[in-house]
Design a protein around this ligand. Structure first.
Ligand code: SF4
Ligand code: SF4
Length: 408
């Protein structure tokens, strides 16, 4: 895979990176055999950078276990300091030491301050972040430093100018071109030689797989052999300022498709016609998306047990796919997985408005308000009784679900 140069550090990095936040799961845990197979396959095919974080569950520990021997030396690691868990300078040292232990490494190549905005970074400067970075670099515990960003467009350049950063990680995809760091912000950071790592190129999967028919038709008319995920990834890789795009891959099919796109897409290689095709699709999806959630999961866990990203995703899907009628795939999904038909309830109606999730949402969504819309849409009166009834006819519902999903 042709590498891209990160000017500030002189590292030559693969345009496709492995995002280790959504590794394959089995019984609620990382499926270690499958995930190891996928990561080795990615590295064998040219990926030389992996992204993880302190808060990605077991991800750092898993990477420490499997990246041994040659595989350890072939990849650079990005990990992140959970800014929201740092109360004092000692927390930074304690967390970094724990991460190095989990990752079984002496040094983290790119250490990013996780999800900061101006207010957070100013709080961290006051708690000794600059001294921490200097010490960690001097002691060889981190090589390069940066931050990941979900804040507003207006603050991004100020943050870029606030320190001698080596790299930044930003959310960037064709739907979010003008929000958060934005294309302009990326251009500004890149003009200073700062590496641009991109997260959410598929907006939490919304831009992959089954996109609305109207949008799908536009893509297919332009090229019947290219998937919606390929279009989305290609659009990001086409930006000459982007160093590496991280995709949270968890199947061999996804990995192969993304490797193919990364191998075939040079910066500025997209035709004007293809760019216009993406613009048309963007107009269609923007018109239909109800809640601007990337399903990043940073708002979790909710003390009341609400599965916030899933509630919103199912709500969005109902509108994206213009589902009509009462018993629709999103309705069945909601009752089945969130309502408590097959497991503990994690539905929107359980939200008590405590607001603990609010400051964690990078998209600045008013989550309790959005959940009220989800509740109104799917639950209505007597939700618990409906669940009890469904439980009694659980199997027929499950069969109906499979039939509507076309998987039986
Ligand atoms: S406001 Fe609602 S969704 Fe958010 S943490 Fe509290 S109970 Fe959970
Ligand atoms: S509500 Fe916000 S924090 Fe939660 S998954 Fe969506 S975008 Fe992420």
């Amino acid at each position: 895979m042709k590498k891209r140069l990160l000017e500030k550090t002189s590292d030559k990095l693969s345009p496709l990176g492995f995002g280790a936040m959504r590794l394959p799961q089995k019984n609620g845990k990382i499926d270690r055999n499958e995930a190891k197979k996928q990561i080795y396959y990615g590295i064998d095919n040219g990926i030389n950078i992996i992204d993880t974080a302190y808060i990605y569950g077991d991800s750092e520990k898993f990477l420490g276990e499997v990246l041994v021997g040659d595989y350890k030396n072939k990849v650079k690691i990005i990990s992140k300091l959970p800014s929201f868990q740092v109360k004092k300078r000692e927390d930074m040292d304690r967390i970094l030491n724990e991460q190095l232990e989990r990752l079984k490494r002496k040094c983290i190549d790119y250490y990013l301050i996780h999800s900061v905005d101006l207010k957070t970074i100013n709080r961290l400067w006051k708690r000794g972040l600059a001294e921490f970075i200097t010490d960690a670099k001097r002691n060889g515990k981190i090589k390069y430093v940066g931050f990941s960003y979900h804040g507003v467009k207006e603050e991004f350049e100020t943050l870029i100018d606030s320190y001698d950063w080596d790299a930044v990680m930003v959310q960037y995809n064709y739907l979010d071109e003008n929000i958060q760091a934005s294309g302009e912000g990326i251009e500004y950071a890149a003009s200073k030689g700062i590496g641009i790592f991109v997260m959410e190129p598929l907006k939490g999967g919304i831009l992959a797989g089954k996109i609305p028919n109207e949008a799908e038709d536009i893509f297919k008319q332009s090229n019947p052999n290219k998937s919606s995920a390929q279009w989305a990834l290609e659009w990001v890789l086409n930006n000459r300022n982007v160093t590496t795009v991280f995709s949270g891959m968890n199947s061999m099919e996804q990995i192969n498709e993304n490797l193919k796109t990364a191998n075939e897409t040079d910066a500025l290689s997209m035709s004007l016609e293809d760019m216009e095709t993406v613009e048309s699709v963007k107009r269609v999806i923007n018109r239909m998306l109800k809640i601007n959630c990337s399903t990043c999961g940073y708002c979790m866990p909710c003390p009341q047990g609400v599965n916030i990203p899933e509630c919103i995703k199912i709500y969005n899907e109902k509108y994206l796919f213009s589902e009509k009628g009462l018993i629709t795939p999103s309705f069945i999904n909601y009752y089945h997985y969130l309502g408590g038909v097959i497991n503990n309830p994690s539905n929107a109606g359980k939200c008590n408005g405590c607001g603990k999730c609010l400051r964690k949402c990078p998209q600045k969504l008013d989550i309790p308000e959005e959940l009220k819309k989800v509740e109104k849409e799917f639950e209505g009166h007597g939700f618990k009784s409906k669940i009890l009834l469904i439980k009694k006819i659980g199997m027929p519902l499950f069969n109906l679900y499979n039939k509507l999903r076309g998987s039986t």
